[in-house]
Design a protein around this ligand. Sequence first.
Ligand code: MRU
Length: 362
Amino acid sequence: HEKPRWPEPERARRFAGPGVRNVGNVAFVRTIDWVDGAIELIDQTRLPDECVTLRIETVDELIDAIRRLAVRGAPALGVAGALGVALAAATCADPAEAVARLRAARPTAVNLAWGVDRAAAHLPDLAAVLAEALRIRDDDIAACRSMGEYGADLLAELAPTPVRVMTICNTGGLATVERGTALGVVRTLHERGVLAEAIALETRPLLQGARLTTWELARMGAPHRLVVDAAGPYLLAQGYADAVLIGADRIAANGDTANKIGSYALALGARRAGVPFIVVAPESTVDMATPSGDAIAIEDRGAAEVVAVRGVRLAPPGTEAINPAFDVTPHDLITAIVTDRRVIRLDRGETLTSVPHGERRH
Ligand code: MRU
């Protein structure tokens, strides 16, 4: 098993502040953490060109960071929301008002509201709020390790060894605190020596796959290639991958899953090609209060991200656009849901209510 080296030490030295922990010779960096009374997080808008941390000292700064995706990915948003309540408790005259705005900063990932609510239940006691937020942070680290084990074992059952996987968006350490959900499974497969290749979809419009997932895969030394989104279903039909692994922003009670736009097309392609389609997410992403995908609010991020790429205009001035950031994959297209506590085989008729929570694995 290869030791996780993420990012490389020389890269990590460019980080400002104590967000870098040196363990032996290896620098481990958390995507988000609480450092000396404020939030420190990797500014994901600047990757892969620069890896720098942002220090966030107010709720308004945090809301801005969430809206422009400096911090993103459902589990990382859960931790951000919880730590943000600590900022509200420490700095706001009216924490309740700030907390409500924070909770609504992005609508689709249930983890944001979940993290905010768990921490806000301890208001106005700052120490208790912070303790709860740090529990959520630590819990996410453990949950990702457990998903890696459950997911890699499931793939050993469902796919050949070594295995070729396809993934979309970024579901790695950058979308969580340390290891990731779907990409955390890829990491575990690589550590077990059974990853043949990961194919990453670029993930228009904000290119989380092209910018972030490739960056993480390169740092873990995993074999990978990048493809444009539209190539995904075709490459599945052509036999390029043995399984599709995706994350989730919200899993409804019937198993319908909201995730980055393009996931639904991959699920259709996977079904047609007979390739397992696996959702990997912590239990905190399961929202039993939402009965089905129809009830999930899908964020529309406006035209600017579609008509231009990283500041370079593509479309004629004045072009209108539709920009859903997520889509919903119906449960009948999903082979299995892997969480930190169980594997739900939807292909065998199992459901979120029929499969009990089991133990975490590390
Ligand atoms: O818009 P983003 O980058 O926050 O979207 C993220 C995703 O869609 C991820 O797949 C999801 O949050 C799971 S992250 C482990």
